[in-house]
Write a protein that binds this ligand. Structure first.
Ligand SMILES: Nc1ncnc2c1ncn2[C@@H]1O[C@H](COP(=O)(O)OP(=O)(O)OP(=O)(O)O)[C@@H](O)[C@H]1O
Length: 322
């Protein structure tokens, strides 16, 4: 039974959106076509049972990449491939992929009881035969995520944000998912609740051998749960590698900038540098290295030549000076 090895391989995947004005209006105004490059030639593999995190500021293409992985968005170029896996019950096939969204208020149907929300995928996928077995499984799942069996009869509005995110996780597990794409799953929650949900996710990963693709704008959120880390800027990966290495020895000036904005629990009085500058438009990215307008190290070459992502130590880096 293969329990390790790549579960997802993404090969030079790009996603471009045509955001041009309607043809007639372009004809009249002579405005050219406008192509927005949300994700540009991104390649990576995710190993089974591990967490691969993608971090970057708002608008850098993280959600578009997540949507491509779950099949909600087709890549305009490149390919994504899930490897077949062998499950505990001996069945072989592609992994079941589920997404956990940022907003646990919007992602649960307010008119459904929690029990029906979690039971729906079990019924849909015919994972249990009779109603008693379905409700037994719903109760088990509620307990697995730290809620109580009796919560099945309540409606989502009766729960806090953190509890709702637990319900979302239970619903994802109800499909017997192997691979969870988590798009900012804790960013709508209070800091103390964030830690509880992250701890739950780590526990579930160990218990069920889950694989996570974890998306966040906040490096501190992914710090303790990532195996591999990719830093994304304007649609491209600029630094990748084992999480310990990227945190311990950040090479890209953008990674260092992201790290400087994290509060340091050991040095609470250290001045936190705010993020300077804005992410440029993905419709008209700057020439050369897209980060150069915000980079304190930028030299002439950075303004004209885009640094390719090249192998450095156990990871990869796109910087002329790394
Ligand atoms: N369907 C679409 N049509 C046109 N542009 C889009 C579409 N979806 C995303 N974009 C654009 O693609 C770029 C990347 O967006 P995306 O949501 O992937 O970034 P993000 O890093 O997840 O940001 P956020 O954290 O704010 O969601 C943005 O400029 C966004 O406006």
């Amino acid at each position: 039974m293969r329990e390790s090895g790549p579960i997802l391989t993404v090969s030079a995947a790009s996603c471009r959106f045509d955001v041009s004005a309607p043809a007639l209006s372009r004809l009249l105004t002579r405005e050219p076509c406008r192509i927005l490059r949300a994700v540009e030639t991104v390649s990576f593999t995710v190993e089974r049972g591990t967490t691969f995190s993608i971090v970057g500021e708002s608008g850098c293409g993280k959600s578009t990449l997540a949507r491509m992985v779950v099949g909600l968005q087709r890549p305009t170029e490149g390919a994504l491939h899930f490897s077949d896996i062998t499950r505990i019950d001996g069945t072989i096939g592609p992994p079941r992929v589920q997404m956990i969204f940022q907003d646990p208020y919007a992602s649960l149907n307010p008119r459904w009881r929690v029990g029906d929300i979690i039971a729906e995928p079990i019924r849909e996928l015919k994972l249990r035969q009779d109603e008693a077995a379905i409700m037994q499984r719903v109760g088990d799942l509620l307990e697995i995520v730290g809620l109580s069996r009796t919560d099945a009869s309540r409606y989502p509005h009766a729960f806090s944000g953190g509890q709702r995110q637990r319900i979302s996780i239970a619903r994802a597990l109800a499909t017997e998912a192997d691979f969870l794409v988590c798009d900012e799953p804790t960013s709508a929650l209070d800091v103390s609740v964030q830690a509880q949900i992250l701890n739950l996710m780590v526990k579930l990963q160990k218990e069920f051998g889950l694989t996570y693709l974890f998306i966040s704008h906040n490096l501190s959120v992914v710090r303790h749960m990532s195996d591999q880390l990719a830093i994304m800027y304007l649609g491209r990966f600029v630094e990748t590698g084992p999480a310990d290495e990227v945190f311990g020895n950040p090479r890209h000036p953008y990674t260092r900038l992201l790290l400087e904005t994290i509060p340091d629990v050991e040095k609470p009085n250290r001045a936190r540098r705010p993020m300077s500058g804005e992410v440029p438009s993905p419709i008209a990215p700057p020439p050369g290295c897209a980060f150069h307008p915000r980079c304190a190290m930028a030299a002439d070459i950075c303004r004209v030549e885009r640094p390719p992502l090249r192998i450095v130590a156990a990871g990869a880096l796109a910087c002329h000076f790394g």
